[in-house]
Design a protein around this ligand. Sequence first.
Ligand code: GLV
Length: 319
Amino acid sequence: MGERSRVVILRELLPAGRELLSDRFEVSSLGLDAGWQQMLAAAAGADGLVTDLTFAVDGELLDAAGPQLKVVANFGVGYDNVDLAACAERGVAVTNTPDALTNATAELALTLAMAAARDLPGAEKDLREGRWQGWDPARWRGFELSGATIGVVGAGRIGGRFMELVAGFGGERIYTSRQPKPELEARFGAERVGLDDLLRRSDLVSLHLPGTPETRHLIDGRALGLMKPTAVLVNTGRGTLVDSKALILALEEDRIGAAGLDVFEGEPNFDPGFLTTPRVALAPHIGSATYRSRDEMSRLVAANVIAVLEGREPPNPVT
Ligand code: GLV
């Protein structure tokens, strides 16, 4: 029997996927605290690398792995951390984990939308810190989503599922997308519009785009200036979609209603202004963090590695 292929998990893969890999290959895993130098050293000689969004997969890492490397399996649907050209030049396949996290991420977008619209974080903070003086007719009034015009920016898989979840609120649904989505139009009466139109009309704006050079700061001061002063902005896509400073200013000056954020520029760092900004619900990039989704993502990572190392087309190639 020939030598088993080597798969290096550069941070961590849940047992649901790790066990599938260990059945077939020689597998090592560095854990969450792995630093860059440790990753470069561990990658040497790997046939497959399991990566995630928290670090760059670039030419340096690929060269450290060596010419036998066949696959980079990214744990997540986004792959803005992967230098696709560097992988292509070296003949390395790149895969991701779509579908598995669609529902979990759409549900978190709705969670953040409702928490932000009612300023649940602010109200809870008052309660926890002993400032609750009793029922108050005027205090803690927020916005309702029923009857709202809901704008979905980027109506792909997650945006589409989000639209399905909010359909029960009635109101209008509008979306931006490179391609028209006849299915969303037929099922939910959704209307495809330009971004400026969407920002002007929406009571809730939910971002579902990948992080690319083209989408960087799509929501900047100008875009925020188009939104209604009562509108809620939700971002579960990538932190780079929103200019943090401009958003903090818009919230502080009451130029938009509220915001719900799961992703930040420069994670795990983020603008500390968000900690003191009013009417903002914050989450530490947990869009896909459900038991079901993360197990399924882990299995998909493994299925992609196994397919490539066994000479088959992977189920989720990104190009
Ligand atoms: C998480 O952000 C992912 O891209 O899966």
